[in-house]
Design a protein around this ligand. Structure first.
Ligand SMILES: *[C@@H]1O[C@H](CO)[C@@H](O)[C@H](O)[C@H]1NC(C)=O
Length: 269
C-alpha cells in the first residue's frame, strides 16, 4: 500500500507537470496535495514496516520528536491545501468570468506559501512544547508512531500548557479550514441551484466532484479517528483507525482524481 501511495501520487505530479493542459491552479494544488501525501505517509509507514520486519519496536527520543514534527506538519498541510482547493472551486464556479484574474499565479503561489509557513510554525511550536516536557528513561507508546497527544500524556511533568496549546491549535487550525470548505461549498451549491439547464448543473458539479470526494474522505477519517479514540479506551482500535487514516486516505486520493477525471486520464496516457 505504501508503494501504491508513493507511485500513484508521483504519477499525478508527473502528469500535471508534463501536460500543459493541466497547468491550471486546480491541478497545481492537486500536485501539491500529492507531494504532501507522499511526505505524510513517509513519516510513519517506513518506520512501521521496519519495526515489523526487524521485530524491534524501539524508537529514539530524537526520532520520536522528528516524527511528531513532520506528522503534525503534513496533516495540517493536507487540511490547508484542501481548503485552498475548495476556494479555487468556489472562484471557478461562482465567479467564472474573473477566474483567470483572481486565481493568478501570484495568488496560487501565495496561498501555498502561507499554508506552508503557518504549518511549519505550528508544528515547530508543538514540538518545542514537547521538548520542554520531561519523560522517564523509557516509555511505552501504545501506537505505531509517535503521536503528539499520546506523547504528551506519557510525560512526567505538568502538561496543562501543552493541553491548552493543543486544544486551541486544533480549534483554530482544524476549524478554520473546515469553515472555509463549508462556506465555499455552500456558495457553490447555491450557485449550481441557480443554473437553469440540467446539463449546465451537471457540468459545474462534475468539476468539483473529485475534490468533494477527497474532502469527505479526509474528514470522515478524521472523525473516525476522533470518535474511536474518544469512545473506546482500547488503544488497539484507535490505532486501527489511525492506520486507516494514515495509509488509506493518501492512497485513495490519486485514484479518486484519476478515475473520475478525463483530463488526468488523457495526460497519463
Ligand atoms: C504547488 O503549487 C504552486 C503554486 O500553484 C506551483 O507553482 C508548484 O509547482 C506546485 N508544486 C508542485 C510540487 O506541484
Amino acid at each position: 500500500m505504501y508503494l501504491i501511495t508513493v507511485f500513484g501520487n508521483l504519477l499525478i505530479i508527473l502528469a500535471v507537470s508534463s501536460d500543459s493542459h493541466l497547468h491550471t491552479p486546480m491541478y497545481f494544488f492537486l500536485s501539491n496535495l500529492s507531494f504532501v501525501d507522499i511526505c505524510f505517509t513517509s513519516t510513519t509507514i517506513p518506520k512501521m514496516l521496519w519495526n515489523i520486519q526487524t521485530q524491534n519496536k524501539v524508537i529514539t527520543y530524537e526520532g520520536c520528536i522528528t516524527q511528531v514534527y513532520f506528522f503534525t506538519l503534513f496533516v495540517g498541510l493536507d487540511d490547508f491545501l484542501l481548503m485552498v482547493m475548495a476556494y479555487d472551486r468556489f472562484v471557478a464556479i461562482c465567479h467564472p468570468l474573473h477566474y483567470k484574474v483572481i486565481m493568478s499565479a501570484q495568488l496560487c503561489g501565495l496561498l501555498v506559501l502561507v499554508s506552508w509557513v503557518i504549518n511549519v510554525l505550528h508544528s515547530f511550536l508543538q514540538t518545542l512544547m514537547v521538548l520542554s516536557l520531561s519523560f522517564s528513561r523509557e516509555v511505552i507508546i501504545p501506537h505505531y508512531f509517535c503521536e503528539l497527544k499520546q506523547l504528551v500524556q506519557l510525560a512526567c511533568s505538568d502538561t496543562f500548557l501543552n493541553d491548552m496549546v493543543m486544544y486551541f491549535a486544533t480549534v483554530l487550525l482544524g476549524g478554520a479550514p473546515l469553515a472555509g470548505i463549508l462556506y465555499s461549498y455552500s456558495r457553490i451549491v447555491s450557485t449550481i441551484c441557480e443554473i437553469s439547464s440540467a446539463q449546465g448543473k451537471y457540468k459545474a458539479f462534475s468539476t468539483c466532484a473529485s475534490h468533494l470526494s477527497v474532502v469527505s474522505l479526509f474528514y470522515c477519517m478524521c472523525l473516525g479517528v476522533y470518535l474511536s479514540s474518544a469512545a473506546t479506551q482500547s488503544s488497539h482500535s484507535s490505532a486501527t483507525a489511525l492506520v486507516m487514516y494514515t495509509v488509506v486516505t493518501p492512497m485513495l486520493n490519486p485514484f479518486i482524481y484519476s478515475l473520475r477525471n478525463k483530463d488526468i486520464k488523457t495526460a497519463l496516457k
